[in-house]
Every structure is written in structure tokens, then in C-alpha cells.
Design a protein around this ligand. Structure first.
Ligand SMILES: N[C@@H](CCC(=O)N[C@@H](CS)C(=O)NCC(=O)O)C(=O)O
Length: 198
């Protein structure tokens, strides 16, 4: 299987960590979404990464679908199947990924629009969303089980991306989450090696 990915992408890191814990090998294809290249748009018409090309040539996206698929292939090592535990895991994944989505929207506003067109009220709304999600994550990480599952992967990738792009948000505003992240990566150096990087 080939994964279209980039090193800083938190959702790509989550998929790579999932594949690692599922003991599945992915061939990595470094992909710049700004190019809107043919392989990317053929694989995922939405033009986003991560996107997966299976051995038979069929394709899968987005990161949540890919992680669910890898987990099923491997016999569910990272997603608990009992309804309550499944719901808790997927909720935390949605919360962490949604936090990143909001912060990324604010980042893209400045990256892709000329400065006179930046719309502050819209960016402020994204940050209110991200801040509420970070506050909620402080409670959620305290309740995570010991053994890493998909929720740990999503939270660690999303927080590591925030630390990369907006370090003051984590180390300044959410030191408990920064401490959780450091502890998690200390305990799991194999996962730390796959975290989002510049
Ligand atoms: N919901 C998607 C989000 C994917 C996403 O936003 N990927 C970013 C990189 S981390 C991307 O491709 N951005 C390029 C763009 O929006 O044009 C997922 O979970 O895979």
C-alpha cells in the first residue's frame, strides 16, 4: 500500500502511527498538496492528504477511514470494539482532529490569502473552536486507557502539530497537555519518531 503524505501533516502522522501499531507496511510518497498533482487528485479528488492507494489500485481517504481500514485489516489492535469504548475512542479522535482542523483553517487564512483579505472575525471563530477543543482534551487525556489506541494517536499527532505551528498555544496556554504529550512520546519512542515534523 502507498500512502500520499507529508512530514508536517498531523493526519498523515496518525495514519503512519496506526500502520505501525497494526504491523502493516506503507510505502511513503511525499506529496505537496499545493501542486494539486495528478497522482494526488486521482487518488483523492478532494486533493488532501493522507490518501492511500491499495495494492489492487483502489483508493481510500480520509485519515479516519484509512485508520479504520488498517485496524480492520489487522484484527482491531487500535480501535476497541465494545460499543462504549469504541464511542469514547472515536469521539476523542474527532475532538483532536477537529481542533487541528480549526487551527489549520486559521493558519491557511494567512498562508493562502493576501494580508488585506485576512478576515479577523472568521479567524477568531476558528481559534475559539480550537481553544474549546484543547480545554476539552485536557479532561479527555486524563481518562485515556494505558495502552495506546487510536485516540492516543490522534491526540498526540494533533498536539504535536500545534506545538510545531503554534508552540505558545500548547506550552503557554495548555501546559498539562504539553506535559501529557512529552510523557506519551517518552514512553513510546517508536511513535515519537512518526510525529509531525517541519
Ligand atoms: N479530514 C481530513 C483532513 C485532511 C487535511 O486537511 N489534510 C491537510 C494536510 S494535514 C491537507 O491536505 N491540506 C491541503 C489543503 O487543504 O489544501 C483527514 O482526516 O484526512
Amino acid at each position: 500500500m502507498r500512502l500520499l503524505y507529508s512530514k508536517p501533516s498531523p493526519y498523515s502522522s496518525k495514519v503512519r502511527m496506526a500502520a505501525h501499531l497494526c504491523d502493516l507496511k506503507l510505502d511513503l510518497v511525499s506529496t505537496n498538496t499545493a501542486d494539486e498533482g495528478a497522482e494526488l487528485t486521482r487518488t483523492n479528488p478532494i486533493g488532501k492528504i493522507p490518501a492511500l492507494i491499495l495494492d489492487d489500485g483502489s483508493t481510500l481517504y480520509d485519515s479516519r477511514v484509512i485508520c479504520d481500514y488498517l485496524d480492520r485489516l489487522a484484527g482491531n489492535p487500535i480501535i476497541p470494539q465494545a460499543p462504549d469504548a469504541w464511542a469514547a475512542t472515536k469521539r476523542v479522535e474527532a475532538l483532536a482532529d477537529g481542533m487541528t482542523e480549526a487551527a489549520m483553517a486559521a493558519l491557511y487564512e494567512k498562508r493562502y490569502r493576501p494580508e488585506p483579505m485576512w478576515y479577523e472575525p472568521w479567524m477568531d471563530k476558528q481559534w475559539r473552536r480550537a481553544h474549546r477543543a484543547l480545554d476539552a482534551l485536557e479532561q479527555e487525556v486524563a481518562a485515556l486507557p494505558e495502552a495506546p489506541n487510536l485516540a492516543h494517536l490522534a491526540v498526540s499527532c494533533d498536539l504535536a502539530w500545534v506545538q510545531l505551528r503554534f508552540p505558545e498555544e500548547l506550552d503557554g496556554r495548555h501546559p498539562a497537555l504539553a506535559a501529557w504529550l512529552e510523557r506519551f512520546f517518552d514512553r513510546h519512542p517508536d511513535l515519537a519518531a512518526l510525529k509531525p515534523q517541519a
